[in-house]
Design a protein around this ligand. Structure first.
Ligand code: COA
Ligand code: AMP
Length: 631
């Protein structure tokens, strides 16, 4: 069947299409309904079905010929360690850690926060939760204590799993003080914290609450997989929204398993037994879907890499991993390739490695510039596939489905919608835009399996954030167009989310932090183009009248506040004090215009602007910072 036949069927007959796809996974009890549309706009998949995601990821393979195959390779250049787990070994580790959680009273439906660096134990903790039906919520290690506290209060975890430290190339990040501070700030207090003591730092433990990972596992009884409803949550993953409060994206067990397994052969063209590497972090959706779950559902070997594309130790790091472990397919963010290209423009390091088995490179997380795509294709001589998705969708929305059919590549486009995604480009009155014209990208409800059914304990927030803009559609908050060949082009966000090194961040959240500074009257944070990270946040700050402290001191304090309250991941390093912000007559800050000036793009002076002179002031402030050419 061609891509078009498959896509058409998925839209016209979702029950038939996904019902057949779902036969490929292991069920304790088959579903009553494939698509349960009894309570719109809340659609559920495979209601009545029962299964276990950990069983599908591990035990099934142990029982069906993959017991001695490698399931996971932990490769850590920052600690000079490589550790390999067969499917049996990983299953046993997970079963024992599930025993630790169970012995602390964690059971089906309870939440467990995982705040860990990129160590194998992070994946083990996630799978252990899945094994006993607990709901994990992984929090990225680059977030500060306050962000962690917000997630603790929303998810109300019974237990938290963490480690003594993470290792960044330039420093050791002690996690435990951040965890202790977060628990201190949060109203909700977890009963248990399981701490992995790493050799680099020994964390101090809180009596009666904290237990040592190694000791706990040594005495744990392994536990078996528990059947859960297909519609039960597997995890909550918090992602930036338009305010400082993150959104708790819920993922179910059944739809997620079915969609992810399907994607491995159809999008990524990977076969069971092959080696798949997503160079991301378990704290992001890419890490959930394509470091942990999908490769294991599919019987592949997955790589969990604790390092960077450059500097650990050099720009040949990715080629070393591909060659050492026989990686067939790599998935990462364009920023990683921009970093490699910057440090090794002629790809000299490639010459030291044998990449014979390497077949394809997939990029996502941010818009991929054509120069990076061409460079990667020319140097690696494999297809480079840009694909588009979001934390909310859990798996790609737009992708060249090379496992079905290799469609011609158009650099800058993520190719075509995958099955189940009925995509429309709309104007504000819900009219479809003509081919080539930019509009808001919306997906007709119901969304396919694997996508978010709702936000954690916040059905109203789900409707407000995603379903209220276009009646009957999910809004992606991305703007773009569909061309005359049906290819999708994702151009920008329509909200205040920016993408920094493939990490999704809210400028609104940063503004909330800056506004708390005693000397700040108002501020705007704008995502400005950056050669390495795609975008970086730049702050524009207006001081309260009468403040006579040096601007540099205030800027330093603001940078530190963002680092302390949101985390280093925000990459917030540039801010400037301005006399006033450009606004419309109704008081809306013209962030889009500031961005255009900073990026050196043409802009029209908005007709509604309060005072056009402010634009020349901002232009000269930006010039002082080195823009428009700096990015
Ligand atoms: N724990 C603690 N701190 C972390 C962290 C973690 N897990 N991950 C990143 N940080 C810190 C970094 O140390 C850095 O701190 P600094 O300001 O003190 O230098 C800051 O957060 C920003 O990190 P990052 O955005 O990763 O920038 P970088 O300059 O360290 O590295 C790249 C730049 C391009 C090499 C890096 O972003 C990268 O490898 N990207 C790959 C793409 C990727 O993983 N995308 C995820 C989605 S697919
Ligand atoms: P996240 O939820 O962190 O995965 O971020 C999702 C957002 O990243 C999307 O809404 C897009 O704005 C952006 N994004 C992800 N992949 C792509 C891509 N291939 N092209 C353009 N933008 C992308």
């Amino acid at each position: 069947m061609t891509y078009s036949d498959i896509y058409k069927r998925s839209i016209e007959d979702p029950n038939g299409f996904w019902g057949e796809v779902a036969e490929d996974v292991q069920w304790y009890k088959k579903w009553d309904k494939v698509l349960d549309d009894s309570n719109p706009p809340f659609y559920r998949w495979f209601s009545g079905g029962e299964l276990n995601s950990c069983y599908n990821a591990l035990d099934y393979h142990v029982e069906n010929g993959r017991a001695d195959q490698l399931a996971l390779i932990y490769d850590s250049p920052v600690t000079d360690t490589v550790r390999k787990y067969t499917y049996t070994e990983l299953r046993d580790e997970v079963a024992k850690f599930a025993g630790v959680l169970a012995s602390k009273g964690v059971s089906k439906g309870d939440r467990v926060i995982v705040y860990m660096p990129m160590v194998a134990e992070a994946a083990i903790a996630m799978l252990a939760c899945a094994r006993i039906g607990a709901i994990h919520s992984v929090v990225f290690g680059g977030f500060a204590a306050k962000e962690l506290a917000t997630r603790i209060d929303d998810a109300e975890p019974k237990a938290i799993v963490s480690a003594s430290c993470g290792i960044e190339p330039n420093r050791i990040v002690e996690y435990k003080p951040l965890l202790d501070e977060a628990i201190e700030i949060a109203d909700h207090k977890p009963g248990t914290c399981v701490i992995l003591q790493r050799p680099q730092v020994t964390a101090s433990m809180v009596d009666g609450r904290d237990i040592d990972w190694e000791q706990a596992v040594a005495s744990a009884e392994p536990v078996d997989c528990v059947p859960v409803a297909a519609t039960d949550p597997l995890y909550i993953l918090y992602t930036s929204g338009t305010t400082g409060v993150p959104k708790g994206v819920v993922r179910d067990n059944g739809g997620h398993l079915v969609a992810l397994k399907w994607s491995m052969s159809n999008c990524y063209d990977v076969k069971p037994g092959e080696v798949y590497w997503a160079a991301s972090d378990v704290g992001w959706v890419v890490g959930h879907s394509y470091i942990v779950y999908a490769p294991l559902f599919h019987g592949c070997t997955t790589i969990l890499y604790e390092g960077k594309p450059v500097g650990t130790p050099d720009p040949g790091a990715f080629w070393r991993v591909i060659s050492d472990h026989g990686v067939n397919v790599l998935f990462t963010a364009p920023t990683a390739f921009r970093a490699i290209k910057r440090d090794d423009p002629n790809a000299e390091y490639l010459k030291n490695y044998n990449l014979d088995g390497f077949r394809a490179l997939f990029l996502a997380g941010e818009r991929c510039d054509s120069a990076t795509l061409h460079w990667a294709k020319e140097k690696l001589n494999v297809p480079v596939i840009d694909h588009w998705w979001q934390t909310e969708t859990g798996w790609p929305v737009g992708c060249n489905p090379i496992g079905i059919e290799v469609l011609p590549v158009k650099p800058g486009s993520c190719a075509t919608p995958l099955p189940g995604y009925d995509i429309k480009v709309l104007d504000e009155s819900l009219n479809e835009m003509p081919a080539g014209d930019i509009g808001g990208i919306a997906i007709k409800l119901p969304l396919p399996p694997g996508t978010l059914p709702t936000l954690w304990q916040n059905d109203e927030g789900y409707k407000r954030s995603y379903l209220s803009q276009y009646d009957g559609y999910y809004t992606t908050a991305d703007a773009g167009f569909i061309d005359e060949d049906g290819y999708l082009w994702i151009m920008s966000r329509t909200d205040d989310i920016i993408n920094v090194a493939g990490h999704r961040l809210s400028t609104g959240g940063m503004e909330e932090v800056i506004s708390d500074h005693a000397d700040v009257a108002e501020c705007a944070v704008v995502g400005v183009a950056d050669k390495l990270k795609g975008e970086i946040p730049v702050g524009f700050v207006v001081l309260k009248s009468g403040v006579d402290r040096p601007d540099e001191d205030i800027v330093k304090e603001i940078v530190q506040m963002i680092r302390g309250k949101i985390g280093p991941v925000a990459s917030f390093k540039i801010a400037t004090v301005v006399k006033r912000l450009p606004k419309t007559r109704s008081g809306k800050v013209l962030r889009g215009t500031i961005k255009k000036i900073a990026d050196g793009n043409e802009y029209k002076v908005p007709a509604t602007i309060d005072d056009p002179v402010i634009l020349s002031e901002i232009t000269s402030d930006l010039e002082t910072l080195g823009y428009p050419n700096k990015g």
